[in-house]
Structures are given as C-alpha cells and as structure tokens.
Design a protein around this ligand. Structure first.
Ligand SMILES: O=C(O)CCC(=O)C(=O)O
Length: 294
C-alpha cells in the first residue's frame, strides 16, 4: 500500500498537507458542532453522559486502578504507578458506553459508517509525580507503528473527574489537524517506553511554532467536567502537563477507526505494537441502530 504520510524514514523532518477530508460522511448535514470540528479539529460537548453513568464509570476506573493485573497496563516512567490501562472497552459499563447510540451517531457523522474500536484506555495521571504527554499527533504514531493508512479516525475522551489546568487537562492546537508533521528517524524504541514517555515522532520547537503560525487561535485548554465528551481528530496536535495536584485525573479514551482504514503492516516499524495498542484481530463494527439504555 502506498505510504501517503512517510515519517521516521530519513534524517529530516518536514510538513505534508493532509489529503483526506475531516468529515467523511457526505450526507452529514453540517450543524455548528460539526463545522467547528471540521475547522478546529476538536469539539467539547458538555454533560454528554448522565451523572449516574459517569459515577459508575469512575467507580469501575478506580476498581481497575486498584486491581490492574487482569489488564494490559502501562506504568509511569519514573515509578511503578499505573499510568494507563488499555483495552477496557469490553469491561463492565464501558462495554455499554462505547456503543452509546448518540456517541456512535456522532462518530458516524464524522467518519461515516462503519467504525470499530482501534484502542481504548484509561489515563490516570495519579497525582503528584506523574508525567504529562509531549506535543504530538496520535496519527503519526498510529501510522508509523501500527500501520493505520489514513486520517479517518478520532478519539472520544470522557473526563471522569474535573479536568483543570492544575491536574493536566488536555490542550490542543486548533487547526493543527490539517498539517502532517513527518518526523525524522528516531532511536530504537520500545512500544512500552514510548507509551509512557514519547520521544520519537514528537514535533520539535520549530514545528510547534509552525503549527501556531498556521492558526489565529490560541492553545485551547480543555478544562472539563465529569461526563463531558471531547472528540478530537487523530491528527490534532495535543499535549498535557503533569498533574500538580495530589488527586488522580482520570480520563477515559475510546479511539474509533473507520473499517475502510483498518491496520495494515506498520509503515515505519518491523513489528506491529501489541493488539491492545492497535486492534487488528478484535474488530467489531459498531452500529447505532439498536436503542440502548445506560
Ligand atoms: O491523558 C492525557 O492528558 C493526554 C493523553 C495523550 O495525549 C495520549 O494518550 O495520546
């Protein structure tokens, strides 16, 4: 398959224009929410999930944090604290939540029918001493390491506690999803070390300046309440600071990919990352036809 976004191949980084649209569904009547998403690469919808479901999601996340052994986990780089737990979308209430008809409907309006879960995770940022994330585009990793061909994928992030500037709310560069930053080759890396502290594929300062020159908007700090929904395009450049408070910042992530964009062989690595980081076998198409009660 042709590599439209070569990255981590040479000693030079460069910018490439995005080829694909942001909204794939031609039938979508673009309301202001979708227009915003298309232009800026993210949307924040307040109060998407009700209080009861949100508190059940938080309870389950706490349970998993305290009993992580049954799950694929990733720890903080400098301690043995759990940083992320992956592949959680078929556990307890998460199995209903990721199929929430209104969520699937919204995702379908953006990516078109039919989508599946590429990756799911809880990021805990467990309080003082926990790392943040450097500026990056998820697509750059998913393309090079997992073999995701195109930008037809998005992340649904559900904050389960209040996200503030102090506990490391996600920050995005508006309009950055329209440019692809092709990274220079990096050192030998492991999937695990990169997951806990990404070093390769991280835009340098000049690249970040270019992303800012490309928009008139300031950084958007996505402070949010439990049960809100934040959707962001797979190529939107984002970052988050360490958690400076003593309490966990627990966020849930479901990554939806279009079925026509299934993973192929990685574009810049010999071996795919584990199934929990990028689904190849465990693929179930998500339909929004059955009303579900949550
Ligand atoms: O949890 C966060 O604050 C950021 C997560 C992130 O950037 C990522 O997992 O790619």
């Amino acid at each position: 398959m042709k590599d439209h976004y070569p990255t981590r191949k040479t000693n030079k980084s460069k910018f490439l224009e995005r080829i694909e649209p942001v909204i794939y569904n031609n039938e979508t009547q673009k309301d202001s929410t979708l227009e915003f998403y298309e232009k800026y690469g993210f949307i924040h919808i307040e109060g998407f999930f009700d209080k009861d479901s949100t508190s059940k999601m938080l309870d389950l996340s706490e349970h998993i944090f305290n009993n992580p052994n049954a799950f694929y986990t990733n720890n903080e780089p400098s301690s043995n604290k759990v940083r992320s737990v992956l592949n959680i979308h078929e556990t307890g209430i998460f199995s209903t939540i990721h199929k929430h008809p209104e969520l699937i409907n919204l995702v379908n309006k953006i990516l078109g029918e039919y989508v599946y879960i590429h990756q799911s995770r809880i990021n805990y940022k467990a309080g003082l001493g926990t790392n943040g994330w450097s500026w990056h585009s998820d697509f750059e990793t998913w393309h090079s390491q997992d073999g995701m061909p195109q930008m037809r994928c998005l992340t649904a992030m559900i904050p389960l506690v209040k996200n503030t500037a102090a506990n490391g709310a996600l920050m995005v560069i508006p309009e950055s999803h329209k440019l692809f930053w092709s990274s220079s080759k990096g050192e030998n890396i492991t999937a695990e070390s990169e997951f806990s502290d990404q070093k390769v594929g991280v835009p340098d300062s000049d690249a970040i300046i270019e992303f800012f020159n490309n928009t008139n908007e300031p950084i958007k700090t996505l402070t949010a309440n439990p049960g809100d929904l934040i959707l962001f395009d797979c190529n939107t450049i984002h970052v988050s600071n360490p958690n400076l408070t003593p309490n966990k910042r627990t966020n849930l992530f479901f990554v939806f990919n279009h079925i026509d964009n299934r993973l192929v062989d990685p574009f810049s690595s010999n071996k795919p990352r584990p199934e929990e980081m990028g689904a190849r076998k465990n693929i179930k198409i998500l339909l929004n036809t059955k009303p579900l009660t949550i």
